[in-house]
Write a protein that binds this ligand. Structure first.
Ligand SMILES: [Zn+2]
Length: 464
């Protein structure tokens, strides 16, 4: 009987990895990195034989959905990889970046261990750039949204727009078992409605079994329009006072959303005599991919493209892929906006900019993404009077703005509205969430659907 075993993102938020088995065909849905405290468990065996997998479907190119793909190939996966074109393009740059970080960390640890004479204790990187190249040398099927493909005479899959990030998809699987037609959907990550750049996720009308993400199953987001106003006001105020703005940002989606908002501010005349630095090689590359797929952009942004305008560029924008150019930003004393990673200030070029700017009350730091407990970003938004950056305690005097309405994830109301028209829905399996939030989501959904709801446990096999 068809079954699904969840090897990741079961009662946790990262490491998405679900194995679907139908009449001997094995399909892996996502193969993500485990992030946070359990990071070391990425080194552990998958729990299944990578060589036995026939197909790997990637829902989208966030690291917690693709981050272990090079490990999968390294350990023997020889099947076909299926995803949208944009997802595969983005996955390539994301995985190369991830491999570079893993190799860099390995070299740092090795140097330290050599000084102690303990080099044999240092573990090899989880994978290297060569393994990423091995992934992309494999056979891949680039599919469009709504294009149905047969993986066996009794088994078809379709990818639909999930509205989460560029290229993101949810997967519907239609199959026959004992002459009975059945269907299951894997949500991947779903986007909230009214996204800044993307079309809202596609409705689904009929399905029996649903594997549903639960990241924000416990809440409803703030209104996007309010967040946009707040963002623009924080920038205008800082620039008017002759200060500089630092925006710690994720390279994918959030940076492109910010560029689009700044593009609007340029047209409104609010960026006069100002320079905007995009100081992230990964974000610069990701933005090129956003330009490559204009059909995926929503109507207001797409309209600009059709008029020959670039929604992610404006005259004040300066790209600084090289380290040398990044360092020169230090000389700019006023009226500048610096967008740099990492989004939670756990590393990357943003640390240098914070060190240069956060002590000055004329400046501002604008947080546009969620800050996890234990990160520097979280310390700053929690109003710590001093923060430690590169071994130096620095007084936080800049204005700190936290803008919460830009989430790329659907909230519980969005997800409930998406489920509502699904006829025939018998069971919802909750995945990809923190357990307390999933319990709240379960209670919330119970009042809104007749379907049974079950929270999936790690490595639990469910017969569907
Ligand atoms: Zn995601």
């Amino acid at each position: 009987m068809a079954n699904v075993t969840s090897y990741g993102a079961a009662s946790m938020v990262t490491g998405s990895c679900h194995l679907l088995e139908i009449r001997g065909v094995k399909i892996l849905i996502d193969c993500g990195m485990i992030q946070g405290e359990s990071w070391k468990s990425n080194y552990e065996p998958f729990g299944f034989e990578p060589a036995s997998i026939d197909y790997l479907i990637l829902t989208h190119a966030h690291n917690d959905h693709i981050g272990r793909v090079p490990k999968l190939v390294k350990e023997g996966f020889r099947g076909e990889i299926i995803a949208t074109e944009a997802t595969l393009d983005i996955a390539y740059i994301m995985l190369l970046d991830s491999a570079a970080l893993l190799e860099e960390e390995y070299q740092t640890q090795l140097k330290k261990a050599l000084r102690r004479g303990e080099e044999s204790s240092v573990r090899e990187p989880l994978y290297t750039k060569e393994h990423v190249e091995m992934v992309f040398a494999r056979k891949m099927r680039r599919v469009a949204y709504e294009q149905t493909i047969a993986l066996a005479p009794f088994l078809k899959i379709t990818l639909h727009n999930a509205g989460h990030i560029m290229g993101s998809a949810y997967v519907s699987v239609a199959y026959e078992e004992d002459d009975v037609r059945k269907s299951v959907i894997f949500s991947g990550d779903l986007g909230s409605k009214n996204r800044l750049l993307l079309n809202t996720l596609t409705p689904a009308s009929y399905v029996q079994t649903l594997y549903l993400e639960s990241t924000y199953g416990d809440r409803e987001h703030r209104c996007l329009e309010e967040s946009i106003l707040e963002f623009k006001e924080a920038i205008t105020q800082t620039l008017d006072e002759g200060g500089c703005v630092v925006i710690p940002s994720f390279a994918l989606e959030r940076t492109q959303e910010i560029l689009w908002l700044l593009h609007q501010m340029h047209q409104e005349g609010s960026l006069r005599n100002c320079r905007v630095f995009l100081d992230s090689p990964l974000a610069i590359e990701a933005t090129k991919i956003y330009r490559k797929y204009p059909a995926q952009l929503n109507q207001p942004v797409g309209l600009h493209v059709s008029l020959g305008d670039d929604p992610f560029s404006f005259p004040e924008l300066v790209l600084t892929p090289k380290k040398k150019d990044s360092i020169e930003i230090n000389d700019v004393q006023k009226r500048a906006i610096i967008i740099a990673g990492s989004g939670m200030c756990t590393g990357g070029r943003v640390l240098h900019h914070l060190k240069q700017r956060i002590w000055n009350p004329k400046n501002a730091v604008i947080f546009v993404g969620f800050q996890v407990q234990g990160t520097l970003g979280r310390e700053i938004i929690d109003h710590e009077p001093f923060v430690r950056i590169y071994g130096e305690d620095i007084k936080v005097r800049a204005k700190i703005h936290t803008i919460n309405g830009f989430s790329a994830h659907a909230d519980r109301a969005d997800m409930s509205a998406w489920i509502a028209p699904m006829e025939g829905l018998r069971t919802i399996y909750l995945i990809h969430g923190e357990i307390d939030k999933m319990e709240l989501f379960k209670t919330y959904l119970r009042e809104r659907t007749q379907a049974k709801i079950h929270i999936v446990k790690p490595r639990e096999t469910i017969y569907i």
